[in-house]
Design a protein around this ligand. Sequence first.
Ligand code: IVH
Length: 677
Amino acid sequence: MTKKNEIIRKFKDLLSSLKKHNKFYYVEDAPRISDSQYDLIKKEILNLEDKFPYLKKIEEVNKIIGAEPSNKFKKVKHLFPMLSLSNAFNEKDMGDFLKKINNFLNLNNNNIELISEPKIDGISATLIYKKGELVKGLSRGDGYTGEDILKNLLTIKNIPKKINSINIPKLLEIRCEVYIGKKDFTKINDRFANPRNAAGGSLRQKNPKETAKIPLKYFAYGFGAVKPDTFKTQLEFLKKIAEWKFVTNPLVKISKNLSEVKKQHETINQLRSSLDYDIDGLVYKVNDLNLQKRLGNTSNSPRWAIAYKFSAEKAITKIKDITIQVGRTGAITPVAKVEPVNVGGVVVSNATLHNEDEIDRKDIRIGDTIQIQRAGDVIPQVLSVDKTRRKKESKKFVFPKHCLCGAETKKEISKNTKKQDAVRRCLKGYDCKYIAKEKLKHIVSKEAFNIDGLGKKVIDKFWNLNLIKEPSDIFNLNYDKIQNLEGWGKLSINNLKNAISKSQLISLDKFIFSIGIRHIGQENAKTLAGFFGSIKEFSKLFDSKQRKKKLLYLADLDGIGETQVQSIDNFFLNHTNTRITEKLINKLNVKNYSIQNIDGKFSNKKLMFTGGFKNMSRSEAKAIAENNGGKVLGSISKKLDYLVVGDSKPTKSKIDQAKILNIKIIFEKDWNNILNS
Ligand code: IVH
């Protein structure tokens, strides 16, 4: 072979190797070589090209190298959060859903119209149209901030780039689910476990050209921002956008009561396997958009919708052993190690046993033959024990009284019910290394610091290598050491550095949620952030005297009861907690918390409710007050601005107290007038 031919061959080999690794990295999110090895190939190609310019005619190297897509998508704040859905698993859950809606709206209507749509098991995205032109396409991200994936979405043929119709809203945000058809998935012959993962991989693909190779489809199911907003029902909305050439799912149906809900669920379940897309249940939505608005959202999911999942897959297996797991709150969860069994396509070898009481109640023993069930992504559960197949020598399971760290565990007495908790706990907090590790996983999670690239597995790895032992270590990582670890290279380290540095600017509510005080979830963290306002004020909890004072006020906040106050006190009484939290704060820039809608009807006012209203439930009244900038308190004090008195059975002593303290009283009809004004 001539020298020139040899060089050309080498050049082609290198290029094809680079293309192959591009695919592993960008398409499959699963690089097979380190970043530095990858860089070497690139360098060699460029060197050859430099030396032998005739190579330039062979292939446009820049298309493969130079056009390397940026590794991060631009982050864009959603106009309205993209929430998740709460789940129903049976008819009772659906009945409860209808009851809750009635309670919230203070109705007694057994015929609230629900519209059901298949719950497509894909990846959600949102499309923003201004004057009918598609201007933005975002991924869900953490629900509040998404990524700009417009270019990738544009590869989906039947997403309208322009809505060709008159009378379209000036601003229209279409929420949709992107998926890969089951048939197409089998053709891709790739290493993704299921179509959903493949769709995710393709959409998050940095190079739209790669996305275009995978046949993505979508169904539009909802809206975010719409101006002007003229739709009256979800059904009307779906029909309208179908006219505008969006793809909507044909399997929608209105149900007016529980038995119709059940019937539709069964009908679609029958059809399920014949559909070319995966669905894992039906989404039931209140059809009337006005009622949807009134119902609003909790912090994670709308009150007007629910995902009614198809029933879980079941299988029979045998318990090989029972071990325990320690959660971030110290909860000890028993886990059955079972003989691997295929449950609806997934091989299962662990099943949760929930807690000690559950094991006692079901008398579950090592060696037992059990039936397990897997619903969605959650860890499978043990449904029942087949005692007829139990051996004579089988012994009752004795629940370990110690944590994996060796400390004694306890069952606490609930403040509210005065009953003993079913869950045993290790109370060592950060002093238990098993809890500490779980706390770290919580801190980096989406809802907390949201650090891309620092998932549960990486935390496990970094923990074992002593790279991270407590939260502040995240901000002092030894990157030289990480660089030598398998799977890490320049690119991934840079990404991690960026993600970590970004996370250092955090809002006060997220910070409070992140530090993992028991009984302080996202909602309570927001309430506390609203109360403290700044990290400086919050830090007063570190000092026992100042804490006592602050805690007195906290009990007035709606949603913060004795349990929460006690839990906050316990958290800061523990020196390890305070030391770790202070160290963490030193690494951060915690943003002050300002309550939204400050210019609402009750901005900066504190309200309290007593008595029931005719037109709305207490929960709706509370939501209205908060959406208008008000704060709702749970007890009367001088700080209160208004006592709102419903006509039905108000507490007289509260009204008397309000009068003594000169607090303005708003009666039901005034309240309605204010809302309508
Ligand atoms: S309605 C939460 N309708 O399910 C706001 N969601 O678990 C209302 N999904 O993020 C969502 N099919 O991506 C709705 N017909 C459908 C859906 C659907 C799939 C996805 C969606 C959402 C997730 C919530």
